[in-house]
Design a binder for this molecule. Sequence first.
Ligand code: SF4
Ligand code: SF4
Length: 90
Amino acid sequence: MAPPILSDESDYQQSDTYINNVPLPGVQYMWQVTVNEEQCKGCNECVDGCPGEVYELLKNKATPVNSEECHGCFTCVELCEEDAITVEDK
Ligand code: SF4
Ligand code: SF4
């Protein structure tokens, strides 16, 4: 199943493939997670806040080491005060 095309968080929460920001079992989804290293200040907020444990802090930069676990909740984007994170559906 292709990932849903979602334009904003309200669409996301209304999607029939997600309930309360959690994807339904068996739903295939693919998200591209990118961190701008120059903007990242290594505050660890995204590392701690990501429910998918997508990030590790490597050399004081958030690094998406488990992008396949991303389910597009945008928590990290909201937490990052440096606007260093981009999450896009592939
Ligand atoms: S929240 Fe932003 S600034 Fe903080 S570690 Fe993550 S990407 Fe870097
Ligand atoms: S969108 Fe959600 S699951 Fe994906 S990396 Fe950000 S916090 Fe983690």
